[in-house]
Design a protein around this ligand. Structure first.
Ligand code: G3P
Length: 217
């Protein structure tokens, strides 16, 4: 499963990219606002920090303006992935952009039927929001299971990009189901490494090693 960072914070992205475990980045208008940075400038910087896809979202609601915004955004770098909302105009834009080889992430997906439409529109990625689903009394992971089943039934190439990930259990369940990507806040990615028995084990090994008086280097 690929790991994307769901942030527009370049310091966090740089730190994660240095681990070699980061496969891409997703941003949205709220994350850009939170960064306090200029959209084009910060997106250009992020694209230079990672080799994988960097999602940059259009804000227009009509197809024509979405296409114009996408045209500007895709000039930023080759790894820009245009993010469009799951609406008729968004799907139309997705079809047009993927038709000429541009990566598209169809976002704000809350039903399996919406995901089916995104795949039919040729989306590179579909972003089902599991956390917001859970927040509203639905089962976010059930949605991922349904989408996996449907995409496998028809051998769709669209990758399931699990979004609105809030905790490690979302990541574990996504991997169990066979989602292609999980986009996570940096804190969730960093949290995955933590285990009390790992820390305790290191402590014990180092204490015993100290007794030997040896050095490796
Ligand atoms: O990038 C879209 C998504 O991951 C947003 O997550 O936490 O705002 O629901 P959240």
């Amino acid at each position: 499963m690929k790991f994307f960072a769901d942030t527009a914070d370049t310091a966090e992205i740089e730190e994660l990219a240095a681990t070699g475990l980061l496969d891409g980045v997703t941003t949205n208008p709220s994350l850009i606002a939170k960064s306090g940075r200029d959209f084009m400038e910060v997106t250009r910087e992020i694209c230079a920090l990672v080799d994988g896809p960097v999602s940059a979202e259009v804000v227009a609601l009509d197809h024509e303006t979405m296409m114009k915004e996408a045209e500007t955004l895709r000039k930023i770098a080759d790894n820009v992935c245009i993010k469009v909302p799951l609406t008729i105009d968004g799907l139309k834009t997705c079809k047009a952009l993927t038709g000429d080889g541009t990566m598209v992430n169809v976002t704000l997906c809350f039903s399996a039927n919406q995901a089916l439409l995104a795949a039919k529109a040729g989306a590179t990625f579909v972003s089902p929001f599991v956390g917001r689903h859970d927040d509203n009394g639905f089962d976010g992971m059930e949605l991922i299971r349904d989408i996996r089943l449907i995409y496998d039934n028809y051998l769709f190439d669209t990758e399931i990009l699990v979004a609105s990930v809030r905790h490690a259990t979302h990541v574990l369940e996504s991997a169990r189901i066979g989602a292609d990507v999980a986009t996570m806040p940096p804190a969730v990615i960093k949290g995955l490494v933590k285990h009390v028995l790992t820390d305790k084990g290191i402590e014990g090994f180092l204490a015993d090693w100290a007794k030997t008086g040896q050095k490796i280097v």
